[in-house]
Every structure is written in C-alpha cells, then in structure tokens.
Write a protein that binds this ligand. Structure first.
Ligand code: PLP
Length: 327
C-alpha cells in the first residue's frame, strides 16, 4: 500500500460524487500502434471529456467536497487553460461564482472557452507564476476558495477516477503511459493502479522544453525551471507548490520519458490521421513517447492516456501541414 493522504475509498467516493458532471470516457484500441510496438495498445480518450480535458474530474471532486457556505462565497483558480475551463464548467453547472487567473501566454481558444462558460477571467502576468501570485492575493482579500490544479488530495482523487475506469474496462493492463506536469493526473492514476497491483508499470511523459517535474524527480527535490514555449502548453510552467503530488509521484512512477516538439507534432498528426482525433500537444505526449520508441520495458497490455484536445485550430492545421505522418 502507498502511504499517503488518500485511500482507495476516496477515489470511489470521488467517482460517485462527480458522476453527474463528467463523462466515462471511451477506451479505444489502436491496431496501428499494436503493429508498431508489438503490444496491445489502448487509448484512454480524455480529449473527449467534458471541456476537452480530464481536468473536470479533479475540479468537480474538490468543489463538490467544499462546505456549502465556502462554495457560495465563490471559487478562484489559476490555470494554463484547461484547469480554468474545468473550474468554469463546474461553477457554471452548480451556479457558483468563479474567477480564473490566466497568464498572457494562454492560447486564445482556451481563454474564449472559459469566458463563454461565464467565469470572470483575469489575464495577468507573463507566466503562470505571475498570474498565480495575483490570484493568491485576491483569494485572501475576497475570502475566496482556491481550487488548485493538482496539489490537493481531492483533485488527485478526482483524476484517479481515470485509473478506476481503466481497471474496470482493461483489467489486463500492465503498463500505463501518462502525461506529466504537476503530477495530479499521474499521481491519481498510479495510486489507483498500484493499489490494485503494485507491479503495474507507470511511465510519466513530459516535453523536453522545461520539464519541471522530471527535473525535480532527477534532483530529488522541487527545482525551478525557466519556462520555454512548447506545443505542450498544458504541461508548461513551474510546479510549486507540490507537497502532495511530488512525494506521490516519486513513490509511484517507474520511468520518465521526454519528447521533442517534433515528436509531439507527429503524435498529434498520428491521432488525427489514424484515429480522427483532435489532440492538443500536452495531450499527445504519452502517445509521442510510445510512437518514438522511447518507452523501455513496455508491457504486453498498454494503456496510453490522451489527456486533452483543446488545440487552437490554426496550430492543428499547421501541425497537419508540416508534420505529415507518412502513413
Ligand atoms: C493539466 C494537464 C496535464 C497534466 O496534469 P498534471 O496533473 O498537472 O500532471 C496533462 N495534459 C493535459 C491536457 C492537461 O490539461
């Protein structure tokens, strides 16, 4: 068992709590990737989740766990886009006030979607950090509740419901490949899977450009990185605070892989051509790791988490033009 501020029961409670607000996403097998890798490959399609990423799972579990008076005062968050949209979605469905802080490098499609859901959007600062500082200031001033994108046991439990769905529908899985940034997604999924079988191999994937969690795992402590632009914008930025997710990821991860911008683009294009799926850069890194052959000790039954699909159409078209998969 993993010693942590979470039990498997918390994941089942989360699953029941969030069911009215989230989808059970499809698992699809990929014959093309099976041929390429020699293993059974199944894609978990969180790009088809409400709001186009897995993030409503954690956001809904956290917000529904709040005491009603706290919730009614309003919620606040800071996001690189997908978490903000998830919080805005949950707030919209529950009739709550939501403030979403974004840095000015947020992709336009993500900003527009958040505004459409009726949240108050504040674009401030050049980086996630700068936006975050402002958000915490306003939180304290207005007595709002912060919904953190990953460093919260309730958020981690929500993301962990993906692991429960995998076990339900693909009980033979022996390897899972998961996009990795702050570690709520990987930590939650790994917690679920390793509770069922500690032998399940968990691989985390980040982009080569400023992989904060991977650098921190290597250093054995949380390190600061300088944020570089990447196609995987959903994974960018520093990862503090991560006092919940860092030790959880440290304990549960078996291997890490870094993928290049080129590999991310090819994977996005593979998903489009082969599976007719729109996948954003951050959502495609696990797929990119598999396609590039960079995952060592690949098992026989592999689940690949496709974590989001919120890509700007102009970016997707550019990727499709410039990175033909050659299939
Ligand atoms: C947030 C996000 C991730 C990373 O999740 P963490 O919990 O921060 O590791 C991966 N993919 C997409 C599409 C995301 O929006």
């Amino acid at each position: 068992m993993i010693d942590f501020a979470l039990t498997l029961r918390d994941l089942y409670l989360a699953q029941a709590r969030i069911a009215p607000l989230v989808r059970k996403t499809p698992l699809v097998s990929s014959p093309a990737l099976a041929k390429l890798s020699g293993s059974e490959i199944t894609l978990k399609l969180e790009n088809l989740q409400e709001t186009g990423s897995f993030k409503p799972r954690g956001a809904a579990n956290k917000i529904l766990s709040l005491n009603p008076e706290v919730r009614e005062r309003g919620i606040i968050t800071v996001s690189s886009g997908n978490h903000g949209r998830a919080v805005a979605y949950v707030a919209h469905r529950l009739g709550l006030r939501a403030l979403v802080f974004l840095a000015d490098n947020v992709p336009a499609n993500k900003l527009n979607a958040i505004q459409k859901l009726g949240a108050e959007v504040i674009v401030q600062g050049k980086t996630y950090e700068e936006a975050s500082e402002e958000a915490y200031r306003l939180m304290a001033k207005e007595g709002l509740e912060m919904i953190h994108p990953y460093n919260d046991p309730a958020v981690i439990a929500g993301q962990g419901t993906i692991g429960l769905e995998l076990l339900d529908e693909f009980p033979a899985l022996d390897t899972v490949i998961v996009p990795l940034s702050g570690g709520g997604l990987l930590g939650g999924i790994a917690f679920a899977l390793k509770s069922a079988d500690p032998g399940i191999h968990v691989v985390g994937v980040s982009m080569e450009r400023s992989p904060a969690m991977v650098e921190s795992l290597r250093a054995g402590r949380v390190v600061e990185i300088v944020e570089e632009p990447t196609l995987a914008d959903a994974l960018a930025g520093n990862i503090h605070p991560c006092d919940y997710t860092f030790p959880l990821v440290q304990k549960t991860i078996d291997a890490t892989v870094l993928v290049s911008e080129e590999e991310i683009a090819s994977a996005m294009n593979f998903a489009l051509e082969e599976h007719h799926l729109v996948v954003e850069g951050g959502g495609a890194v696990a797929l990119a790791a598999l396609i590039s052959g960079k995952v060592k000790h690949l098992g026989k039954h592999v689940a690949v988490v496709v974590s989001g699909g919120n890509v700007d159409m102009s970016v997707l078209l550019k990727v499709a033009r410039e990175h033909p998969s050659g299939r």
